[in-house]
Design a binder for this molecule. Structure first.
Ligand code: TYR
Length: 441
């Protein structure tokens, strides 16, 4: 029995740059390269390193990086729930993919990650000399988790992620060169020791053999096999071939789209532009998820579809005949172990929020092909009934086990963060020259 559940509340502190505004989640390169943010960037790197360190927060602890990443997939265990009974449901982990719950489930998941980093920042600030603490606290309160905008022209893995080492200022006043905690998640023992297993075939039953159990770090574009000692070593130590990520993003070979059938297949920017175009989708489901038909561009394009392809282009090996193995980001059960997962999902959440602001009246709706049952519930094609009240397990709002639902994560203003594009100076928030908070999402 879980005596107290962990309340995911969002960060409640801090002021945004404009009146009535919560602090913004910012684009990671612009944020990290702005000299005004050196103290925030320093706190962030110190906190992320602490979060990932088994000696600081053991992987057996509910609030460790390892366990929080594990909610998404492996190890297939309940998290913050009292429930052996849940175990059989957890064949794929808790994450909801190919479901209308895809955008909303990942929202409290990201809030949890952001909140943990903030909590650790506060612990680290307490170790700094007293006279520095008030300033550091102000920086921590105004901080929100950054996003990686993989849709900009020339998108590549941000330098703050690709750098092997980063210099940080320690509470003692000394500087240190540390292994970059954004590059990869490292574990002292092979991850099999903590319950991460090998994957032999992917979900379409294509043979892949990815020794995630042997890895002691996450990889992007690892070798395709591991029979050769140097390939095994690459898997164990982790490789991050971020130049290849940039090439894959530029090439944008969308899966399942045959270019001879859809000669207009274009890049990521075009896809995102269509995602966010006025009236492109007539339903929330159409925008949100791959759980719909695949026959025309509007049917195959969705936030989830774009997101899936980014996962594969970042992890590597997802395309038929690829000379690379499946890096962590390519496989749902292990994707969240790679730190870049969080930066990617923050951008997915941002696109979701921008779309919501553009389409304020669209929300959960019945699928075109099914009618709601007597209670007004409808099913995903897989048969599970989902509604905007479906619990987004295992994310709790309070200590008493109350679980978040999609309706409750609909408006960012309740959640303690916003994005640069959603600032309240947009004219629509000012009616008769007065700022209308209720219109601001
Ligand atoms: N491999 C998945 C696919 O091809 C993409 C994906 C990977 C989606 C990891 C989510 C995720 O967490 O659809």
């Amino acid at each position: 029995m879980i005596s107290q559940t962990y309340p995911i509340t969002g960060i409640k502190e801090g002021l945004g740059p404009a009146p009535g505004q919560t602090p913004l989640r910012q684009e990671i390169s612009a944020w990290s390269e702005n000299p005004e943010n050196v103290q925030q960037v320093n706190l962030f790197l110190l906190a992320l390193r602490h979060f990932q360190d088994n000696d600081e927060i053991p992987f057996t602890a509910k609030l460790s990086y390892f366990q929080i990443a594990g909610i998404h997939g492996f190890p297939l265990k309940p998290w913050d729930e009292n429930t052996e009974s849940k175990v059989p449901d957890l064949q794929d982990g808790y994450c909801t993919h190919n479901s209308v719950l895809f955008p909303t489930w990942h929202r409290p998941y990201l809030m949890l990650f952001e909140q943990r980093i903030y909590e650790i920042m506060l612990e680290i600030i307490a170790k700094f000399p007293e006279q520095q603490r008030a300033t550091l606290l102000k920086h921590a309160n105004a901080w929100r988790f950054p996003y990686w905008d993989w849709a900009v022209e020339g998108a590549k893995v941000p330098a703050i992620v690709s750098d092997a080492k980063r210099t940080v200022l320690l509470p003692s006043g000394l500087t240190a060169e540390i292994d970059n905690p954004l590059l990869t998640f490292r574990t002292p023992e092979p991850m099999g020791k903590y319950g991460i297993t090998r994957i032999h075939e992917d979900k379409t039953h294509e043979a892949v053999d990815a020794p995630y159990d042997k890895a002691r770090a996450t990889s992007r574009y690892p070798p395709v096999g591991y029979a050769e000692p140097h390939d095994l070593e690459a898997w164990v130590k982790g490789v991050q071939k971020d130049d290849i990520v940039a090439d894959a993003l530029a090439e944008a070979k969308w899966y399942k789209i045959d270019p001879t059938v859809h000669p207009g297949r274009t890049g990521i920017r075009d896809a995102v532009h269509r995602l966010l175009s006025d009236n492109y989708f007539s339903t929330y489901r159409g925008f949100a998820t791959t759980a719909k038909g695949q026959s025309d561009p509007k049917a195959y394009l969705s936030l989830e579809f774009v997101h899936n392809n980014i996962h594969n282009w970042v992890g590597g090996g997802g395309e038929q005949g690829s000379p690379y193995g499946h890096g962590h980001m390519t496989e749902v059960p292990v994707a969240a172990l790679d730190p870049i997962f969080w930066l990617h999902h923050c951008n997915v959440d941002r696109q979701f929020a921008i779309w919501q602001a553009l389409n304020p009246n669209l929300w959960f709706d019945k699928p075109e092909d099914q009618l709601p049952d007597k209670e007004g519930n409808w099913s995903t094609p897989g048969g599970t009934v989902v509604t905007p009240k479906t619990p987004l397990a295992p994310f709790h709002k309070d200590k008493n086990g109350t679980v978040w639902n999609s309706d409750e994560v609909r408006y960012l203003k309740d959640l303690g963060y916003s994005y640069p594009e959603l600032q309240p100076w947009l004219p629509k928030y000012f009616v008769g020259g007065v700022f209308k908070e209720e219109l601001y999402i």
